[in-house]
Design a protein around this ligand. Structure first.
Ligand code: PHE
Length: 338
């Protein structure tokens, strides 16, 4: 019997040392210490021994059981350590490798120019107002002194939804909405999309304007000139010359279109300014008394100026974009340059 114990012992210890991983080690454990394991079987056979040998054998067998268990535990600890070490090398990350830069979005050039214009006019005490892109013909035309037979209302130029509803052709209807909702003094700008039936290299059926409106007692043409000059000088630099050209709009009197010295050629003449040396950037004028009447302002007491700037043009000049359609194609290669 003692030989038997010794044989089991050396075989078990051998298998334990040779177990290459935890699952095999567990099998060894079952094989020797499990309910049907070799050591367990020996302990059961004890009953067939003479009574005086039983205590001695029992002691030896139990010692063997403890020894095997201890060996298994220490082998398991060893294997676990190996496994962790292996995983650490396999999964290790070289933190000195260069990372992959995540793509981040860019603001659209139109948005950038809108933001710049907003900052400039906020600095001059103006607030931002908005109005709907789908407008009534009353706000877009009638209240702006463009009665039913006015040529600017032509189907050729305007997207009508029905007789009374249309896509606004300019941001000027926001003037009407602002004045209908508040009393003077008024100082607002209104940025937004406008729509006209036009489509070529320099015209898009949807484009952008910023409207400006100031109404108070004693507002003069001098105020208009001063504000627009400050605006242009902040946007394109203090050396940029302005030119006020007499013009006509039904909702302002007098009216002027404003040109700036060509920012591409400096006035010498180029393709962008059609060799004139000047670029038209906005329409403006003193608010027409008829407009004040339409919104219930007293034209004897109040005067005001208004202007409408073409933002797409400004963005094209600022960033040297030659085809207006590039602004709307949403080509990532184009947009990511800003
Ligand atoms: N609404 C005019 C346009 O779109 C511009 C303008 C605005 C002119 C305000 C005068 C005053 O052409």
């Amino acid at each position: 019997m003692k030989d038997e114990l010794e044989k089991v012992r050396s075989a078990a210890l051998e298998k334990i040392v040779r177990s290459p991983d935890i699952s095999q080690l567990t099998q060894v454990q079952v094989e020797y210490l499990g309910r049907k394991g070799a050591v367990t079987r020996l302990l059961r056979q004890m009953g067939s021994l003479p009574a005086e040998e039983r205590p001695v054998f029992g002691k030896l067998a139990n010692e063997l059981k403890d020894e095997i268990q201890k060996e298994i535990d220490s082998r398991r600890a060893e294997l676990e350590k190996d496994e962790i070490a292996q995983r650490l090398t396999a999964e290790s990350v070289d933190v000195t490798l260069p990372g992959i830069r995540p793509d981040i979005g860019h603001l659209h050039p139109i948005t950038l120019v809108f933001e710049e214009i907003r900052r400039i006019f906020e600095g001059l005490g103006f607030q931002v107002a908005t109005g709907p892109e789908v407008e009534t013909e009353y706000h877009n035309f009638e209240a702006l002194n463009m009665p039913r037979d006015h040529p600017a209302r032509d189907m050729q130029d305007t997207f009508y939804i029905n007789d009374e509803v249309l896509l606004r052709t300019h941001t000027s209807p926001v003037q009407i909405r602002v004045m209908l909702s508040q009393r003077p003094p008024v100082r607002v700008i209104a940025p937004g999309k406008v729509f006209r039936r036009d489509d070529d290299v320099t015209h898009s059926p949807m484009f952008h304007q910023v409207e400006g409106l100031a109404v108070d007692e004693n507002i003069t043409l001098g105020d208009l000139k001063g504000v627009l000059e400050a605006f242009v000088h902040r946007l394109y630099g203090p050396q940029t010359a302005l030119r006020f050209r007499p013009s006509f709009f039904p909702f302002t009197e007098p009216s002027a279109e404003v040109d700036i010295r060509c920012v591409i050629c400096g006035g010498g003449g180029c393709r962008t300014c059609s060799n004139s040396g000047w670029l038209e950037i906005l329409g403006s004028g003193m608010v027409h008394p008829k407009v004040f009447e339409a919104v219930g302002y007293d034209p004897e007491r109040y005067t005001g100026f208004a202007f409408g700037v073409g933002v797409d043009r400004l963005a094209m000049l600022k960033y040297g974009i030659e085809d207006i359609r590039m602004l709307y194609e949403n080509d990532i290669r184009f947009l990511s340059q800003f």
